[in-house]
Design a protein around this ligand. Structure first.
Ligand code: SF4
Ligand code: SF4
Ligand code: SF4
Length: 320
């Protein structure tokens, strides 16, 4: 969806949200056909993150070389000399970028706000009321079986705005889901708990450098949610070298046992992993796995969860 850019201030009382994308018709992020709002900003810093541009408060300028025609208009459009051509190679110095959008406006292969353009600034600030108005037609199409999913990044980092959006959705009778890594303070979860019908709980950060610390934190948050009888669907991304490790799978199974979690969603490897890093100019943190490694990882994880109610998707449209 193209996100409208000029809506701030329509409602004085609404918080502003920073988002980087909207999916109008997702079937992978909760029951039915759903609107997914991708919030900008994340505190988890997963080593294998497949949406690195979602982590900071503002995403970097994205550059898609596949549609760039090499006209160099961006060079003269940028007052900060961020765009440079060296031996016909387009280099972007994002350190100097102030996200003014001039290069995007001048680029013949870009439309402001449209992803996939040669140049794209994904992060948009929009009031909660304006965003709700914009997605309402799609929520109506999704009907009672669908709803809204707050994803990211980490949606609940923008706690007040997320809460306002959830409140608006509940007032209008929509099913609400929130995707989370489980790594926020318990107070944040308590604050929005009554407004969330389903927690899409990314078990993904039970790994990496902070494995043990993350495990304990996730355990605490799962206790909080299960004590309140929250509806939880754990999600595991199939990332070779991380989630197919025996110690990680054992830890996840321990948590499932401790909190009587009987369903799990297995999210496939995100096929846009390389493209996201390349377009945002962020160095790859891990080497992209081969198809064989991805398949072996999926097979191993699937086997471990044979006795669980397992939801699997063939394609992964989720960006989280
Ligand atoms: S929780 Fe999601 S968005 Fe955040 S760092 Fe991990 S994979 Fe990336
Ligand atoms: S957004 Fe503005 S500062 Fe950044 S590269 Fe484009 S013209 Fe330069
Ligand atoms: S203005 Fe657009 S199409 Fe032209 S070189 Fe820059 S990015 Fe490429």
């Amino acid at each position: 969806m193209k996100i409208n850019l000029t809506e701030e201030g329509q409602s004085d009382t609404s918080c502003l949200l920073r988002i980087y994308d909207i999916a109008e018709f997702s079937v992978h992020d909760g029951p039915g056909v759903r609107v997914v709002i991708y919030f900008q900003g994340c505190n988890a810093r997963c080593e294998w993150c497949h949406s690195p541009h979602s982590q900071l408060n503002y995403a970097p300028l994205l550059f898609n070389p596949n549609v760039c025609i090499g006209c160099q208009r961006c060079v003269s459009a940028c007052k900060n000399q961020c765009h440079v051509f060296i031996e016909n190679k387009h280099i972007i110095n994002r350190d100097k970028c102030i996200q003014c959008g001039s290069c995007v406006e001048q680029c013949p292969a870009s439309v402001t706000g449209v992803k996939g353009s040669a140049l794209h600034l994904p992060t948009v600030e929009v009031s909660v009321s304006s965003l709700f108005e914009q997605v309402s037609p799609y929520l109506q199409l999704g009907g009672k079986k669908g709803g809204i999913t707050l994803s990211g990044g980490e949606a609940l980092l923008q706690t007040d705005a997320a809460k306002q959006l959830l409140q608006l959705c509940k007032q209008n009778g929509y099913h609400t889901a929130v995707e989370t890594s489980g790594l926020l303070s318990p107070e944040i979860y308590k604050n929005v708990l009554p407004l969330v019908d389903l927690w899409l709980f990314g078990m993904r950060v039970v790994t990496g450098k902070d494995h043990k610390r993350h495990y304990k934190h996730i355990q605490k948050v799962l206790k909080l949610l299960t004590d309140e009888n929250a509806n939880i669907l754990p999600r595991i991304p199939m990332v070779p070298g991380f989630f197919d490790r025996d110690d990680v799978l054992e830890d996840i199974l321990e948590l499932f046992k401790e909190f009587s979690l009987s369903s799990v969603c297995l999210n496939p490897w995100n096929p846009y992993y390389d493209a996201h890093y390349m377009q945002s100019g962020i160095p790859l943190q891990i080497n992209p796995p081969s198809q064989e490694e991805i398949k072996a990882c999926e097979d191993k994880i699937s086997l471990v969860f044979t006795n669980f109610n397992t939801i699997k998707y063939e394609n992964n449209e989720t960006k989280h």
